[in-house]
Write a protein that binds this ligand. Structure first.
Ligand SMILES: [Zn+2]
Length: 282
């Protein structure tokens, strides 16, 4: 190759590389549901967050569980301003005999500072049905908080999708917004949730062979979907069964791109827009 052509080739190479770098930079993902404050991340949280940033994850929204984890969650938020954002609420699996105290504590936090959402809240009939009545009461009350503070709700609905849809229906006065996190219902339920003005949270389950979620998602418009990892749980393929982390959201986005026959960039753009629409600017 003589000097002139080498010069031109070099120019082309630089153009190509900067184009690749630019499109990489442009892809932004938001992990809308991630428990990265849990002890599972104590040994390497900083490295895990760096890996997530490299994959384009700009923000991570952290759902609360109960009094045992509020402090840890708020600490991670303080240590990572502009990246990690907290919700506040009482998880349905933590609704036990002391639920009134738990609610009081959560409500006091909400008076003190702002949060991205009331969550995660809802009903869980998979693990334990002892406190069904209290789960309902807690769910109803926390939806009222969301309406009062004008915040979205993040709903956990394990073995209780229809029941949660009905509770949302009771409260939907046109201003309630939210997401059914880790959506795993059928097409009819998906459409009901959408018609209530809610989003569907899509995570690692989408990559599981027998979940059936892929066929349901084929027919659901991207405009109603947000992405989430639910880390440290529900890691997507190829990490199924391992500890999940925010950077793995890429595998969920890729799977969705395949299902929707769309580009990864477009999946990232639309789901990020949806997340901002739901949680507000970050
Ligand atoms: Zn969760």
């Amino acid at each position: 190759m003589d000097g002139f052509y080498w010069f031109k080739f070099k120019g082309f190479l630089i153009f190509l590389l900067s184009f690749v770098a630019l499109t990489e930079l442009k892809m932004t993902l938001i992990d809308t549901h991630s428990h990265i404050y849990l002890p599972e991340f104590e040994p390497d949280r900083k490295l895990m967050l760096e890996r997530a940033e490299k994959e384009g994850v700009k923000q991570i929204v952290m759902p609360a569980i109960d009094c045992n984890t509020h402090d840890a969650m708020l600490r991670v938020e303080r240590e990572n301003p502009g990246v990690c954002y907290s919700m506040m609420g009482l998880h349905p699996c933590s609704v036990k005999g002391n639920y009134a105290t738990e609610l009081k504590v959560a409500r006091e936090y909400m008076e003190k500072k702002s949060f991205k959402a009331v969550g995660e809240i809802g009903l869980d009939f998979y693990w334990d049905k002892t406190y069904t009545e209290q789960q309902y009461a807690t769910f109803h009350e926390q939806i009222e908080w969301a309406l009062h503070y004008n915040l979205p709700v993040v709903i956990h609905s394990r073995n209780s999708t229809d029941e949660c849809i009905n509770v949302v229906k009771d409260h939907q006065n046109g201003s309630l917004k939210g997401v059914f996190h880790c959506f795993s219902g059928n097409s009819e339920q998906a459409n009901q949730i959408i018609s209530l003005g809610f989003y569907l949270g899509i995570g690692g389950v989408l990559t599981y062979k027998k979940s059936g979620l892929d066929t349901i998602m084929e027919k659901i418009d991207l405009d109603y979907l947000v992405l989430e990892t639910d880390a440290p749980y529900l890691a997507p393929v190829p990490f199924r069964g391992k500890r999940n982390e925010s950077g793995y959201i890429k595998y969920i986005a890729q799977k969705l791109a395949e299902i929707k026959n769309n580009t990864l960039e477009e999946i990232a753009r639309v789901t990020t827009k949806n997340a901002i629409n739901l949680f507000g600017e970050f």
